[in-house]
Design a protein around this ligand. Structure first.
Ligand SMILES: NC(=O)c1ccc[n+]([C@@H]2O[C@H](COP(=O)([O-])OP(=O)(O)OC[C@H]3O[C@@H](n4cnc5c(N)ncnc54)[C@H](O)[C@@H]3O)[C@@H](O)[C@H]2O)c1
Length: 331
């Protein structure tokens, strides 16, 4: 039985807690929230002892896995405390964003770098909730690309509403790896989520584009990713579940596969529970988590490079240069 401590009595926290608690090999044995009313709520939900801060939780509860469901403005200090105490940690995305998740900057990457260094040296498990990896349509896109069903990969085209922003980046990196550079149009001083258009290229010659905005609604799917190879291409869309693979440059379009989610099922809703189950299975097997600290770091690094490029009028920014600067600046 893997004993979990849940940090957060808020909605997202309770939801994650219930997903882990409902698994046969995991149990929420302690809860923690600095807000007394939310702490009471969590205690009642899990019938578990409650603690008002991380220090008290560490002193008073025995557990292996912390479910740290705080937001991106207050993730890094408790993450470092928990790792220093030898706890495995599961958290939400993005790893750090002191001005909120739609405004991640290079500075956030520098703040997170120390936690990443400590995690890498610790031998502990640390992972992040990129739950879109458990949407079956995105899995189809990922697997088809990895299995060579598109031929040699050439082009990535993606767009996302900001509510899906961390995830669309993770999806691209999960399948394609880290691009070598980005070049970005947009104004980071625009309030809220700043509208941005990103060009990128990988070392193997693949090129890509991603645009992000909250100027449009949800009617036409809040995210879409298309990956094109020299023989075929695939596209995955939305939060419900839609995927299609077609032969390239065919007219009329030669559809090789279409997949649509079953009526009444939504991949978004199902994905949180699937992630929790996969984390516990990985822990039991001593295996790598479905999306670990390196995935969290790579998303943040991508966002940092995007921010730096936009600040410098679309200058080409190499991710390796940003990584070097952030690791050197970390405390
Ligand atoms: N994966 C997805 O699809 C998805 C969807 C929605 C939201 N999210 C993410 O979930 C997160 C939700 O965060 P939130 O708004 O619930 O977080 P929050 O930080 O506002 O609240 C978390 C709770 O934890 C408590 N808390 C925070 N730091 C603490 C500490 N050090 N010690 C004790 N208690 C502490 C707070 O009092 C609060 O009740 C966001 O990062 C968001 O990006 C993800």
């Amino acid at each position: 039985m893997i004993r979990c401590a849940l940090v957060s009595g808020k909605g997202m926290g309770i939801m994650h807690g219930k997903n882990f608690h409902g698994l046969p090999d995991a149990k929420v044995v302690a809860v923690c929230d600095m807000d007394p009313a939310l702490l009471e709520k969590a205690k009642a939900e899990f019938q578990a002892p409650g603690f008002a801060c991380i220090e008290e939780l560490l002193a008073g509860a025995e557990f292996e896995l912390a479910l740290l469901i705080t937001n991106e403005t207050r993730r890094i200090p408790p993450l470092r405390q928990l790792l220093a105490a030898g706890k495995h940690v599961f958290t939400e995305k993005p790893l750090c964003g002191m001005e909120g998740q739609y405004h991640v900057r290079e500075h956030d990457c520098c703040i997170a770098a120390s936690a990443i260094k400590e995690w890498r040296a610790s031998g502990l498990k640390f992972g992040i909730n990129y739950n879109y990896r458990f949407f079956r349509h995105f899995q189809r896109l990922h697997n088809d690309a990895a299995e060579g069903k598109f031929g040699t990969l050439r082009l990535v085209r993606a767009r996302a509403h900001f509510n899906c922003w961390s995830h669309v980046i993770d999806q691209i990196l999960w399948t394609m790896g880290r691009p070598e550079w980005v070049s970005v149009s947009g104004n980071p001083s625009e309030q809220g989520g700043w509208t941005r258009f990103i060009r990128m290229a990988w070392a193997n010659g693949v090129v890509g584009e991603l645009d992000g905005s909250n100027l449009w609604g949800y009617d036409d799917h809040p995210l879409r990713i298309q990956i094109c190879g020299d023989t075929s291409y695939g596209e995955a869309r939305g939060l419900d579940g839609w995927y299609r693979r077609c032969k390239g440059s065919s007219w009329p379009t030669a559809v090789e596969e279409t997949w649509e989610v079953e009526k009444g099922v939504q991949e978004y809703k199902e994905s949180f529970g699937r992630m929790a189950a996969a984390v516990i299975e990985a822990m039991k097997a001593g295996a790598q988590w479905p999306a670990d600290g390196d995935a969290a770091w790579n998303e943040l690094l991508f966002e940092a490079a995007v921010h730096r490029s936009a600040l410098h009028d679309g200058e080409r920014v190499r991710l390796a240069d940003v990584e070097k600067a952030c690791m050197a600046a970390s405390c």
